[in-house]
Design a protein around this ligand. Structure first.
Ligand code: ZN
Length: 120
């Protein structure tokens, strides 16, 4: 069971993600940039490799739709910095389960890359 505070975070996140989809593109891009900065600031304090993460941060600036994350491949047993779609990420963190976000690992091509859910 989720505790009261994580339930509140979930409700807030899902409202936020629904509201975002209704905004016009310019406004949505601006809000996404603010959310992205907040999420990335939270991630940067937890990363294993600051150098790799900084490189991913630079690549994420090329589009307002991408978020730089540090993920873990449980098959390769290694940390991988990757770019994910920020709307997909916001949807995933608002989804009411403890399940992690999974992606295809660029090294082993298995669906074994685990992306931690870190709210803005
Ligand atoms: Zn892998």
């Amino acid at each position: 069971m989720l505790n009261a505070s994580s339930q509140k975070i979930m409700i807030w996140n899902s409202l936020q993600s629904e509201t975002l989809k209704e905004l016009d593109k310019d406004m949505r891009d601006r809000v996404l940039l603010i959310l992205r900065d907040r999420i990335q600031e939270n991630i940067v304090s937890k990363v294993r490799s600051l150098k790799d993460y900084e490189e991913a941060l630079i690549r994420s600036r090329e589009s307002t739709q991408t978020l730089a994350v540090e993920s873990y491949c449980k098959d390769c047993n290694t940390y991988v910095c990757a770019l994910v779609d920020i709307m997909e990420y916001l949807d995933a963190i608002s989804f009411p389960t403890d399940e992690s976000i999974r992606k295809i690992c660029p090294t082993c091509s298995n669906n074994s890359l685990i992306i931690p859910k870190i709210p803005p």
